[in-house]
Ligand binder design. Structure first.
Ligand code: GTP
Ligand code: K
Ligand code: MG
Length: 426
């Protein structure tokens, strides 16, 4: 096993630069650079030296013993002054040591997984946490990282495992006329797991939205002031505005943090019948994106928007109230915008609170497949026939899905995909 190293902090000039070393020979790095091995888990100030004894930097050295480190291996961290030259020099020095090489993207985390320091849902959570930009994303990722989903899936796995062993025991003792009928207990176990999985699945869409962001579309007739409102909310000229009806064609997206929720605002083409072929495409796209969005904000004027009826969950605001007065919004003066933001936030919060822990397509596929095998197993039990072998097979298939969710089997296949999104140093 190679000892790997990489810059763990962001590249470039900074106050500090942290280089992480992990592997069986990590202590060699202490010997070679710091002239000895500091105590475990104790920040120690050391002069780091090159091969000729010249000083590379004065740094904090942190040593972790195997089994108690991020990767589960011997780990050493060098907290350097964050200069590009120092970091390069230290990386070069480490690269020259026997058995040392640069880490590949995600390799530290991969070792953590392989050494059982985290499971696959926690690896995903770590990626989410590093990507998190809003409060709700941060909290969601920390929940997962703490192993909340792992614990839940672990309970389902244990119950499923118990069901398999009950069935297997019955099959093994079939000749011996074991009087116990295990069906009621197996059925109860499987039903409980299926219900748990289905509850989790019902919160998956919301969780996925919290993780990747809610989409909110602004729609309405041409010249209602949709782009002006978008720009006001974005705090910049993200979209072109003009007094010409039909200015916006492409859907304009602006990412923002709305009260702790990640939101993508969509500005769309004004909805109208038109002979302009390009505008018509824009209107069509706008309609489709608005329909697929989590929430639609209708900006209305006196004009009737052809063929558009706000849905019961949509928000409707009267536009340009600086001109017409009354309740509504103005993207020019900002009047009514705080109320609009509050209303959007409230609607999205209603959805966000339904979020479960599972938040990815990978989770959905595993849980859906697991539940369907369990349903099949329950169906076989309910058939009344003596179909324990078939039932057991279905329960085993469900079990495999739950194990895969945690990354315990079929790992190799999914690992590449997950780790490819990591960068070097993680
Ligand atoms: N007084 C006032 N003028 C506004 C307001 N919002 C937009 N306008 C003006 O109305 C015109 C149309 O604004 P846009 O933001 O381009 O309208 P739009 O709905 O995006 O229009 P399309 O993209 O063509 O559908 C521009 O001249 C804006 O300056 C508002 O709240 N108050
Ligand atoms: K316009
Ligand atoms: Mg526009």
């Amino acid at each position: 096993m190679d000892t790997i190293f990489a810059l763990a902090s962001a590249p470039g000039k900074a106050g500090l630069g942290v280089i992480r070393v992990s592997g069986p020979r990590a202590d060699d790095a202490c010997d070679a650079l710091a002239g000895g091995r500091p105590e475990y888990r104790r920040a120690s100030l050391r002069r780091l030296r090159d091969a000729e004894g010249g000083v590379l930097d004065e740094a904090l050295v942190l040593r972790f013993d195997a089994g108690k480190s991020f990767t589960g291996e011997e780990v050493v961290e060098f907290h350097l002054h964050g200069s590009v030259a120092i970091i390069q020099a230290v990386l070069r020095r480490l690269g020259a040591l026997d058995g040392f090489r640069m880490a590949e993207p995600g390799e530290f985390t991969r070792r953590a997984l392989e050494n059982g320091r985290m499971d696959l849902t926690q690896v995903e959570a770590l990626a989410d946490l590093i990507d998190s930009e809003t409060e709700s994303q941060r909290r969601q990722a920390l929940d997962l990282l703490s192993g909340a989903l792992s614990a839940r899936v672990g309970r389902w796995r244990d119950a499923t495992l118990r069901a398999v062993s009950l069935l297997e025991a019955t099959i093994d003792f079939a000749d011996e006329d074991v009087p116990v009928d295990v069906s009621p207990e197996v059925r109860a176990l499987l039903t409980e797991v299926v219900e748990g999985i289905e509850a989790e699945l019902s919160g998956l869409d919301a969780a996925e939205r919290v993780r990747t962001g809610f989409q909110v579309a602004i729609i309405g007739p041409p010249n209602a002031g949709k782009s002006t409102l978008l720009n006001y909310l974005a705090g910049r000229e993200a979209a072109i505005t003009s007094e010409i009806a039909g200015t916006t064609r492409d859907v304009i997206e602006v990412r923002m943090d709305l009260g702790g929720l990640a939101v993508t605002l969509l500005d769309t083409a004004g909805l109208r019948e038109t002979d302009d072929a390009v505008e018509r495409i824009g209107v069509q796209r706008g309609r489709e994106r608005a329909e697929a969005a989590d929430l639609r904000v209708h900006l209305v004027t006196e004009d009737i928007t052809p063929g558009v009826v706000p849905g019961p969950d949509d928000l409707v605001f009267r536009a340009k109230i600086d001109l017409v007065g009354g309740e509504g919004v103005s993207g020019t003066t900002g009047q009514g915008v705080p109320a609009l933001v509050d209303a959007v936030k409230a609607r999205l919060m209603d959805k966000a609170v339904q979020a479960g822990l599972a938040s990815r397509e990978r989770h959905r596929l595993a849980l859906t497949a697991g539940a369907s095998h369990l349903h099949a197993a329950i169906g076989l039990l309910d058939s009344g026939a003596d179909l324990y072998e078939l039932t057991s097979e279905e329960v085993r298939l469900a079990l495999r899905r739950l194990e895969a969710l945690l990354g315990h089997i079929d790992v190799e296949q999914i690992l590449g995909e997950i780790f490819s999104s990591f960068c070097v140093g993680k």
